[in-house]
Design a protein around this ligand. Structure first.
Ligand code: CP
Ligand code: NVA
Length: 302
């Protein structure tokens, strides 16, 4: 049976910790291998991407494999060929699917109908590769994860959900501040809490930020929500990482953003460019973590 990586809950606690250790070692060694020699990974991206696409293509190459990039615009997916048919066909050609899509159910379908591993490169519900990279970044900067408080301010979206899942696999405390109507899915919160996550949900950014070691935010309107942008700018106006919010966090707190950022909306230019920002390290770590995730996927599948 192939091993899929659709959410952080697909890892055990031990596996999650080992992925970070492995990513750190691969980063330190500028790792290359032939693990994927002769293997092809197909990237299916139904949404735009800079970091995820490029870091995955580079990761596959660093592991000796061959990436193929496709979108709905240049494949039959855009002409309504069902994803489950696509999954079965591509499983006959390739060794792994790395997929960015809208509904998370599409990823579950791909995993169910295909016969090769599926890796979530972002769905409307989760962005697990991103948050694994964020945890590596936090560990690098703090020298540990144990007891760290991570505060997320903004939309209760895919990033927020994966942060909540991370609290069920890593020894961190998570606080999420979102406006009413835009809070994370209660089912995601409940499941993570059942699995030991220390998660607080509030509408108050200052409450979430209080004593936090890391502040995190994401765009107010995600891909697919462009039509809601103007309305969301009003709703989320108080949910910005700025100097005033940073002052409420722990001394020396660092700021994360998955990027792309909208300066002046969810984060100020001063914070993005300031000494607390570690967003470039965070973006770099996508590559190292995804190499470790691919290694896990392929090693476990053997
Ligand atoms: N953070 C992230 O996933 O960026 P891209 O949309 O550029 O891949
Ligand atoms: N929440 C954002 C994340 C982008 C990396 C989106 O889904 O568009």
């Amino acid at each position: 049976m192939p091993r899929h990586f659709l959410t952080i809950l697909d890892f055990s606690r031990d596996e999650a910790a080992r992925i970070l250790d492995r990513a750190a070692a691969m980063k330190a060694a500028d790792h290359r291998s032939d693990l994927l020699a002769g293997k092809t990974c197909i990237l299916i991206f139904e949404k735009a991407s800079t970091r995820t696409r490029v870091s995955f293509e580079v990761a596959v190459r660093h592991l000796g494999g061959w990436p193929i990039f496709m979108t709905q615009n240049d494949s039959q997916l855009g002409r309504d060929e069902p994803i489950r048919d696509t999954a079965r066909v591509l499983s006959r050609y390739a060794d792994c699917l790395i997929v960015r899509t809208f509904g998370h159910d599409k990823l579950v379908d791909l995993a169910g109908y295909g016969s090769i591993p599926v890796v979530n490169a972002l769905s409307d519900a989760y962005h697990p590769c991103q948050i694994m990279a964020d945890l590596l970044t936090m560990r690098e900067h703090s020298g540990r994860l144990d007891g760290l408080k991570l505060a997320y301010v903004g939309d209760g979206n895919n990033i927020a959900h994966s942060i909540i899942n991370a609290a069920a696999r890593f020894p961190i405390r998570v606080a999420i501040a979102s406006p009413d109507g835009y809070k994370p899915d209660p089912a995601v919160v409940a499941k993570a809490r059942e699995q030991g996550a220390d998660v607080t949900i509030t509408t108050d950014p200052a409450e979430a930020a209080a004593g936090a070691d890391y502040l995190y935010t994401d765009v107010w309107a995600s891909m697919g929500q462009e039509a809601e942008h103007a309305a969301r700018v009003k709703i989320f106006a108080g949910y910005q990482i700025n100097d005033a919010l940073l002052a409420k966090a722990a001394p020396g707190a660092k700021v994360l953003h998955c990027l792309p950022a909208h300066r002046g909306e969810e984060i100020t230019d001063a914070v993005m460019e300031g000494p607390s920002s570690i967003v470039w390290d965070e973006a770099e770590n996508r590559l190292h973590v995804q190499k470790a995730i691919l290694e896990w996927v392929f090693t476990a599948a053997d």
